[in-house]
Design a protein around this ligand. Structure first.
Ligand code: GDP
Ligand code: MN
Length: 398
């Protein structure tokens, strides 16, 4: 789960990371009022969206009067901000963060990520802040400092000092840098984050180390033990299909293709997507309905898949181990009666009670295309979608 910059800054400041004074606003008027409260003469108005690259896309504006703040906000509120990280559809701006502007002397890149090969938290830093890390590694790879943290002892002070030296920080700033690094590290581990990125971390004119931007992501599987973080979720920033699925306890990832998939088990879902591709098609989604797929769950899954207007065929692939095929078949029949499904539906069942399951499908009188193997199911799904007009009318479900 991702959170907003202002939320990440608040969390990190609780761990001793310096951030500029700032306040959140939900309207242009409120933003101007917040600036007055903050005091000072220059402010930065920042669109709060779950994406980086806002600066280049008009989502970060330097203002030196309340009128300018209002104008900057009028441009932002309600609009979709399109950055190189949002995709062409962009992300809606419903909140802005107003901060007292900081005079920047130097910009540093700082990131904490999980390094899968060493199975450790890795600190990635660069003296080339402000640019995206992808750009830095393409253009100035020699500027990147990497350091993995030994989990048994955590981030040691000497290790943090080494990073500060490698970035060429003057000695008077070392202690602040150590505090920043250790604060980020503690926030990462104690809050079960998967990523902390401060870009830029700046050295101000008055020699302070300040996080000007902050990004954090969290491990969804650990949110149950961080209710305060789970509450920071902002559904307006998520793919609406994925948000709806998460609310219903289904794991769903929307994709670009047009064959909808309803599968039990993540591994089988991956195999199903691969097989669809092998048969020449493109999956519209990844959807794992889980182990105990009740008829209600199957119906929910159909509703979700059919809400994607790109879907031109639905492939249901169930391998019943703990599950029972007859039960799943009943779910499919019930779903097709309740949900408007006007595209071909291909069902492949295998495992426990498969004969009973097939009988239920056959007896239902619904135009369900049955398949025995996964390959056959994928070929039929792709075939049904390719000849869609002629075939779709004959197999159209009511
Ligand atoms: P991003 O583009 O989404 O990563 O947004 P950032 O928060 O990183 O802001 C983009 C850029 O705006 C930063 O790299 C800074 O150069 C600049 N910026 C942000 N806050 C301030 C500030 O307080 N003072 C000045 N001078 N520049 C700022
Ligand atoms: Mn940034």
């Amino acid at each position: 789960m991702d959170i907003h910059e202002y939320q990440a800054k608040e969390l990190l400041s609780n761990f001793g990371v310096n951030v500029p004074p700032g306040a959140l606003a939900y309207s242009p008027e409120q933003a101007a009022y917040r600036a007055r409260e903050l005091g000072g003469e220059k402010w930065i108005v920042k669109a709060q969206v779950h994406a980086g690259g806002r600066g280049k896309a008009g989502g970060v504006k330097l203002c030196d009067s309340e009128t300018e703040i209002q104008e900057a906000c009028e441009e932002m509120f309600g609009r979709k901000l399109v950055t190189h990280q949002t995709g062409p559809e962009g992300k809606g701006i419903y909140r802005v963060y107003v901060e007292g502007a900081v005079q920047i002397d130097r910009e540093i890149y700082l990131g904490f990520v999980l390094d899968r090969s060493s199975q450790r938290i890795m600190i990635v830093a660069s003296s080339e802040g402000g640019m995206e890390i992808e750009e830095i590694s393409a253009e100035r790879p020699e500027s990147i400092v990497r350091s993995t943290v030994e989990p048994a002892v955590g981030l040691q002070e000497f290790q943090a000092r080494e990073i500060a030296f490698a970035l060429g920080l003057e000695s008077a700033l070392t202690q602040q840098m150590v505090r920043t690094l250790q604060g980020c590290y503690r926030a990462f581990t104690e809050l079960d984050a998967t990523m902390v990125e401060i870009n830029p971390l700046v050295i101000t004119g008055d020699r302070r180390v300040v996080a000007l931007d902050a990004k954090m992501s969290f491990d969804d599987n650990a949110l149950f033990r961080h209710s305060a973080i789970a509450e920071l979720r902002d559904k307006s920033q998520e793919d609406p299909r994925e948000a709806r699925a998460a609310d219903r306890g289904l794991s769903y990832v929307g994709l670009e293709g047009n064959i909808g998939c309803i599968v039990n088990g993540a591994g089988l879902a991956m195999a199903t997507m691969d097989t669809i591709k092998l048969a020449g098609g493109e999956p519209a989604n990844f959807l794992d309905i889980g182990g105990g797929a009740t008829p209600e769950r199957v119906a929910k899954a159909f509703r979700l898949v059919m809400s994607d207007s790109n879907v031109q065929a639905v492939l249901v692939n169930i391998f019943a181990g703990i599950n029972r095929c007859d039960w799943v078949a009943e779910g499919v029949v019930q779903a097709l009666k309740e949900v408007q499904v006007d595209v071909p539906v291909i069902v492949r069942l295998a495992g426990t009670n498969v004969e009973e399951g097939q009988k239920i499908l056959a007896k239902s009188g619904l135009p369900i295309i049955r398949a025995t193997t996964l390959m056959e199911a994928a070929e039929r799904a792709v075939g049904a979608w390719q000849n869609d007009q002629t075939q779709a009318t004959t197999v159209r479900a009511v």
